[in-house]
Design a protein around this ligand. Structure first.
Ligand code: ADP
Ligand code: MG
Length: 569
């Protein structure tokens, strides 16, 4: 806690650093500038890890995914007004997805901001953040830094995790306190995410509903993945023999090739299930709000969630189990009697047959080998390379690139698939990849649509600057959805969804000393990816996909209001 000018004093900068360190927050993702440049500099001097980005949105996404993976809030540091707003998409995305993070932002002079007298980067940031954050606080005095950081940590981690905004006016950072008073003001947060034990009668009710089921189905969501109760979840699924479906970020919680996975018979399983048990998954748009025809109108639901108000949010829940996943699964296992739950054998056989049929169709698509490549042939090559590398993180965004990769790329370990999540946000790619690589040291493959990549593409300089083991695969079909649309007015300007098909994305990374590859066929793609992963160095593969491959809006075309024009694309 040294202060060079006066060893008996501590300033706001160092109080923030000590408050983070005391709570085990040892990594900061940010973009330096007024008034937090010295905060970043001093944090590094004091032994915290500082990762500097090119845009705050990517820094925020990195912090959010670090929070998801570690169950400690990821910290994002931004400059005032514009930098703060750039980070806000990531903070809002973290809140929507239930990722714990804290965006700490410097801000301008309160007196001037509040009278709207026109300060440099003037904005009432705390109030601007409120609608998008789980909580928003401002620290106005150096003696409150300890308690303010503690409040932010507890708000980010407790209950359903989320994004917290913490405002630090420039004057607080440079203000000083007596060193002893400063040390006393720091707060170590105890038990920030306390266990929440479900009510015994709720657990009993859930077991009774399950016991009556002929066609039970378990849906695992990213809340289940976040809970890190992997062994207990697996035990519940295997002891009850109930088929399961993973939501996209829950893939790998049990391996995708587990015999009880119903993923390859997804629509059949959803439509035919008579009892659906949701474990850390919301009945939002990603599950068609639990409605028919995707679900049977007669189906009964059991829901395990930490958030009481999630229950009955879209459809009545017959057996709510409110608690943390680990405690709830533990309680279910403790009360489960041998033979109490028996899915009908006809149900299991029918699912197995559908799976077999669909897996065979998939195998044919993956092996078709069209020229130019389509999404399936390219993803088939990536699937082959990743087959024996369960430790590799897979970041994935795009439209068709997202939807098809989710089905093709098998996951074999928990929390390795990181994607657009609840919002369907574009722009998480490089931020998530950097966050995962920094906190784990493990290699990352980012499978990116060419449009999606553009949102965070400049961060390949960050990847190269820190020499991170990240291989970016750009699925270049020359457009958003597809690359072959035309200008309906007949003019020379490209159509709204068209991007440059001839773009040599691999040259981008070469500019920063990384390895660039160009792949027009599956064998070249597989070799390039295998080489990049073995080298554990920054790499970018420009992967040429047929501009005619891909459908408008990927698998969510039903959400896209279309005129008669668009259908003719
Ligand atoms: P997915 O998109 O994978 O279906 P969602 O983000 O929709 O997952 O749902 C995750 C759910 O998990 C949220 O409702 C959240 O409240 C819940 N959740 C998050 N962490 C926990 C936990 N530790 N215990 C119980 N529920 C949790
Ligand atoms: Mg594209």
């Amino acid at each position: 806690m040294a202060n060079e000018a006066n060893t008996a004093c501590i300033d706001g900068f160092h109080l923030v650093i000590e408050a983070l360190r005391l709570n085990g927050l040892d990594t900061i993702f940010g973009v330096a500038g007024i008034p937090i440049t010295d905060l970043a500099r001093m944090a590094q001097a004091e032994g915290l890890r500082y990762i500097g980005f090119r845009h705050e949105q990517s820094a925020g996404h990195a912090a959010a995914i670090a929070g998801y993976l570690t169950r400690k809030p990821g910290v994002c540091l931004t400059v005032s007004a514009p930098g703060f707003l750039n980070g806000m998409v990531a903070l809002a995305n973290a809140t929507t997805n239930g990722f714990p993070m804290i965006q700490i932002s410097g801000s301008s002079d309160r007196a001037i901001v509040d009278l709207q007298q026109g300060d440099y980067e003037e904005l009432d940031q705390m109030n601007a953040a409120k609608p998008y954050a789980k909580a928003a606080y401002r620290i106005n005095r150096p003696q409150d830094i300890g308690i303010g950081v503690a409040r932010a940590i507890r708000a980010a981690l407790s209950g359903r995790p989320g994004g917290v905004y913490l405002d630090l006016p420039a004057a607080v950072l440079s203000a000083t306190l007596d060193a002893a008073a400063g040390a006393r003001s720091l707060v170590r947060v105890l038990d920030a995410a306390p266990r929440q034990i479900p009510a015994p009668e709720a657990v009993e009710r859930a077991l009774e509903v399950l016991a009556r089921a002929q066609h039970p189905l378990i849906i695992l969501g990213k809340g289940a993945a976040y809970a890190q109760a992997d062994a207990e979840i697996r035990a519940l699924i295997e002891r009850t023999a109930i088929p399961f479906l993973p939501m996209s970020m829950a893939k790998g919680l049990l391996p995708d090739d587990h015999p009880q996975s119903a993923a390859a018979a997804r629509s059949f399983a959803l439509a035919q299930a008579d009892v659906v048990m949701l474990i850390g998954a919301r009945l939002n748009w990603l599950l068609e709000h639990g409605r028919s025809p995707q679900f049977s109108p007669a189906a009964q639901f059991i829901q395990l969630d930490i958030m009481p108000t999630e229950i009955d949010s879209n459809r009545p829940i017959a057996a709510p189990v409110v608690g943390d996943i680990a405690s709830s699964i533990g309680a279910l296992l403790a009360r489960l009697k041998p033979g109490q739950i028996r899915p009908s054998s006809a149900w299991l056989e029918e699912l197995a047959q559908r799976k077999q049929h669909n897996l065979e169709r998939m195998r044919q698509r993956l092996n078709a080998n069209p020229v130019p490549m389509d999404f399936y042939s390219a993803l088939g090559a990536i699937k082959g390379v990743l087959a024996d590398k369960p430790e590799v993180y897979v970041v994935n965004e795009g439209a068709n690139t997202l939807d098809i990769a989710r089905n093709v790329i098998d996951m074999r370990a928990p929390r390795k698939r990181l994607d657009c999540g609840t919002w369907g946000v574009m722009g998480i790619g490089m931020g998530f990849a950097i966050g995962a690589a920094v906190i784990s040291g493990q290699p990352v493959v980012a499978i990116e649509g060419d449009s999606a990549f553009g949102f965070s593409g400049m961060e390949i300089e960050t990847i190269c600057r820190y020499q991170l083991p990240i291989a970016v695969v750009v699925f270049n079909n020359g457009g958003i959805y597809r690359g072959d649309d035309i200008n309906r007015g007949g003019g020379a300007d490209p159509a709204p969804t068209v991007l440059m098909r001839q773009a040599q994305y691999e040259k981008l990374i070469e500019a920063f000393g990384g390895a660039g590859y160009h792949a027009a066929d599956p064998a070249t793609l597989a070799n390039a990816l295998a080489g990049a992963l073995a080298a554990r160095r920054p790499a970018l593969i420009n992967c040429l996909i047929d501009p005619k491959a891909g459908t408008e809006s990927g698998h969510i075309g039903s959400l896209n209001p279309q005129s008669s024009l668009a259908a003719k694309a």
